[in-house]
Design a protein around this ligand. Structure first.
Ligand SMILES: Nc1ncnc2c1ncn2[C@@H]1O[C@H](COP(=O)(O)OP(=O)(O)OP(=O)(O)O)[C@@H](O)[C@H]1O
Ligand SMILES: [Mg+2]
Length: 462
């Protein structure tokens, strides 16, 4: 395995000798003569390996080692040391060096050690890639929610995913139907091929037909060349038909034929083309109702409704709100380079009580907006969209009653409020005092009065 190596040695003769040897092994080499340059080198260039002498003028090897590790924890560093100072090598290993070599160098050792360090690095990178792919980008791990309602839905989707069964996703706007469709595709053997999504409500009938099935040259006025449709693009993969409740009856017939025959025909052609496509459809309409009113074909409904996954609205699972809110807060804080840690109790209270007609999408937007418009470490009630807080004016009597509060002394309630706020600010007293609207001194006095143990609070569960 060849790599990009940085050599650090203040003995220039030794340095150029190493450079020649390693170049002859096929590596790319940069070299510097002191620790300071080594640190700035690593900060600028993503080296695969650092080979460094420990005893140098200026910044010594040990200090450079620590700084380089802080900059790039994954980079393997091989230390060179005189035989007489092996204790330095031990120290270096403790600080995170990958391995050490004693001077004068044995070239076989050098070659093998570098080889090993490189394959170690390669594995670490592969591992990190894999973890990233599993946790961040694909599958069900992207779907946040631990409420029983959500867990049940996720379980059904997980079981259904590997099959080829047609899936009907229902649920209100913004509940995550498309997110589920993606997760199901990612979790199936078809994930090596494409997931093609189309919003059926966005196109008129003619365009929708040619978009889905393709057309021959000259099939209609603007068809100046032959074109493949989305069904063909999705061959061996999955097609996601969003807002299926909006397609006109004539298209419903064509779709039904496609599902039954597993064949399509380009507009303007009568030659059938076989396709192998998994179909997932979504709607926020009640299709049974649509069938009853004659707006949706009953036979198509049954063809689509093989497995029905109903994603619950946010109102049905308020337990998921804090988790989702925190998830979006982290995401948008990173994106906007801000440092938000959480929500004030009043803000969280407002989030929990809002009816969320736009579901997760509305929550995501509210949090993104708050992150962009606010400053500090905690999102407060005033940072949330106006329509959310207005609902909870003090005249809303229900707001005066919090569960679990009745039957306690005021002192007890005060110490609970203190503990909870300190927990929320991660022990930051200045922040906690601000949220509680008292001075830091008052806060300290109260902490003493109630014998609150900060360590215990921070390590406890909510
Ligand atoms: N459980 C969840 N965890 C994380 N993000 C979610 C979750 N549910 C929805 N989202 C996010 O909320 C937004 C809306 O989700 P999505 O587009 O899947 O909703 P939808 O049900 O298809 O809505 P519509 O019916 O309006 O098309 C997306 O940004 C999605 O990533
Ligand atoms: Mg959608």
């Amino acid at each position: 395995m060849k790599g990009n190596i940085l050599i650090v040695d203040d003995d220039t003769a030794h340095l150029s000798m190493l450079q020649t040897v390693l170049k002859s092994l096929g590596h790319t080499i940069d070299s510097v003569t002191d620790g300071k340059e080594a640190i700035s080198g690593v900060a600028e260039t993503p080296y695969d390996l650092v080979l460094m002498d420990v005893r140098m003028a200026n910044i010594g090897g040990m200090e450079a080692l620590e700084k380089i590790k802080a900059l790039n924890p994954a980079i393997p560093i091989i230390i060179m040391t005189a035989y007489s100072s092996v204790d330095k090598a031990v120290e270096a290993m403790k600080l995170g060096a990958y391995d050490y070599l004693t001077k004068p160098l044995n070239f076989d050792d050098l070659k093998i050690t570098i080889e090993r360090a490189m394959s170690h690095l390669h594995l670490t990178r592969e591992n990190a890639d894999l973890k990233k792919r599993i946790s961040a980008d694909t599958g069900f791990s992207r779907i946040i929610g631990t409420s029983p309602a959500m867990k049940a839905v996720m379980e059904t989707a997980r079981i259904a995913a590997p099959s080829d069964a047609t899936i009907l996703m229902t649920g209100d706007s913004g509940t995550g139907k498309e997110l589920f469709a993606k997760a199901i595709h990612d979790h199936s053997a078809r994930n090596k091929n494409q997931l093609i999504s189309i919003n059926c409500a966005a196109l008129n009938e003619t365009l929708l037909e040619s978009e889905l099935f393709g057309h021959e040259k000259g099939a209609f006025t603007s068809a100046d060349k032959k074109r493949d449709g989305l069904f063909l693009h999705a061959d061996k993969g999955t097609i996601f038909l969003d807002e299926i409740g909006e397609i006109p009856l004539s298209m419903q017939v064509k779709l039904l034929r496609t599902i039954q025959e597993r064949e399509i025909q380009r507009v303007g052609s009568d030659r059938p083309i076989r396709i192998d496509v998994r179909i997932i459809v979504a709607t926020n309409k009640n299709l049974e109702q649509e069938v009853k009113h004659g707006r949706f074909r009953e036979d198509l409904f049954y063809r689509l409704n093989v497995i029905n996954i109903k994603v619950p609205s946010l109102k049905e699972r308020p337990d998921d709100i804090p988790l989702l809110a925190q998830h979006f807060l982290t995401r948008y804080s990173q994106k906007n380079r801000k440092q938000f840690k959480g929500f004030t109790p009043a803000a969280m209270d407002a989030l929990m009580k809002h009816p969320w007609p736009g579901n997760v999408r509305e929550l995501e937007n509210a949090v993104e907006r708050a992150v962009i418009l606010s400053m500090g470490q905690y999102i407060s009630e005033k940072d949330l969209p106006g329509n959310m807080i207005k609902i909870y004016e003090p005249d809303d009597a229900s707001r005066k009653f919090l569960p679990g509060i009745g039957g306690r002394s005021l002192d007890e309630l005060e110490s609970m409020a203190l503990a909870q706020t300190l927990k929320q600010t991660g022990g930051n007293k200045t922040e906690a005092a601000k949220i509680l609207n008292i001075t830091r001194t008052t806060l300290n006095n109260k902490i003493k009065k109630y014998h609150l143990d900060l360590d215990q609070i921070l390590s406890s569960h909510p």
